[in-house]
Design a protein around this ligand. Sequence first.
Ligand code: AMP
Length: 217
Amino acid sequence: MLNCIRSLFRINNNKSKNESAKGDLLKMKNIVLFGPPGAGKGTQADVLKEKYQLVHISTGDVFRYNIKNETELGKLAKSYMDKGHLVPDEVTINMLNAEVDKNPKANGFIFDGFPRTAAQAEALANLMVEKNSQINAMVALEVDDEVLVTRLLERGKSSGRPDDANEEVIRERIAEYYRKTDILKDYYQAENKYFGVDGVGSIEDITDRLSTVIDKL
Ligand code: AMP
């Protein structure tokens, strides 16, 4: 399975790899913005992308765009998202790959909601190698589970997201995070790239905490 994903990457990335100048890519700043559902990743990514002139890729947003436009990818993703489950790795990785390739001139990326599994983290590392670049840091927003549930139910009143409107689905998304995603802290910690930040407070205060980490990269 992983080999299959890797070979898909190679096929998709040959073009941008050949077109890219080595030196430019090494200057990229690539950040994984991490945390459970409702931690505030999207809100902070919106601020940070402007502040650091980075391209923001939210896999959740790309899936929702596809659902809205009733694409095949959208139909497939919806069947998982409605239950609070993760979309299969191969589908998600290929989609992320295509999004990165749409931005060959980026100064760097904020990855929001990706990676969410060990296979995705490995695929992202390989993708960065193919781009002659790297992930500089995983910056994680730390928020207690019950605060997450309250926040997501509140967001569900206006977000229009079916997965925010139902407490059972919210709890399943958090459970899925602990089953498959939380382990990625260890993955990045092993490379000294994990930075946890308190995700409770005003938007500005949390941006300041994240910026303290990002400014040092
Ligand atoms: P989010 O907007 O990040 O909360 O994601 C909403 C939903 O999209 C998740 O509950 C998953 O069903 C799906 N999703 C988003 N990103 C990923 C990913 N990296 N891997 C698998 N599923 C994802």
